[in-house]
Design a protein around this ligand. Sequence first.
Ligand code: AMP
Length: 219
Amino acid sequence: MVVVFLGPPGSGKGTQAERLRDEYGFTHFDTGAALRAEAASGSDFGRRIAAIIEGGNLVPLEVIRELVVRFLAGCDSDRVLFDGFPRNLDQAEVLEAGLAGIGDDLDHAIFLQLSQDALLGRIVNRRICASCGAIYSLVTSPPPGGMCPLDGGELLQRKDDTPEVFTNRLRVYMEQTVPVLDLYRNRGLLREVDGARTVENVTQSILRVVGIDGVGDGA
Ligand code: AMP
């Protein structure tokens, strides 16, 4: 099964992807995390990537193509989840070609919906673990002692999680990613999920639309 998570910045894609990876056996490919790792490497290339991320813009198509092709070549899981990809129509073509190359195709595009006000609130209160990348909210899941409970890592605010950069990320999303939603809607692959509910309820809705038996009473 191949699933992509679509939705504006702050809609909960990363949090839900972690849960599907940890509890439901999905192999998770997070282009943002892969790019942040590259940016942190300190290479010239990494510095160029960091500047693009910190401005809230999309990195060039060829960079994404290389990451995705490499990921697919090394992936033998029968549950695959892309988080933060595809971000525009050209990337949707990269995904289609990449999956065709391994005799597969996309099963579900999950669209996490949330109001713009709620998005900004989530973004400015988000913290990530500097060592394992786990995601926390200062509002709904404040880590005790201000450290990552999984590995004691330092919790940081992403440089692109400011109101100013968020505004540009949202603009990029509206201009470039919304056409991808329309593409998948027209193909009958789009599954709309209300992202404003509890993390657990959203997870249960996602499991239901992709046809996996979850636990708990869900939404
Ligand atoms: P995310 O972690 O998904 O919020 O992504 C953080 C940033 O990484 C984005 O604002 C972009 O600068 C970059 N990025 C992540 N995924 C992609 C992608 N598929 N295409 C281009 N840029 C991306």
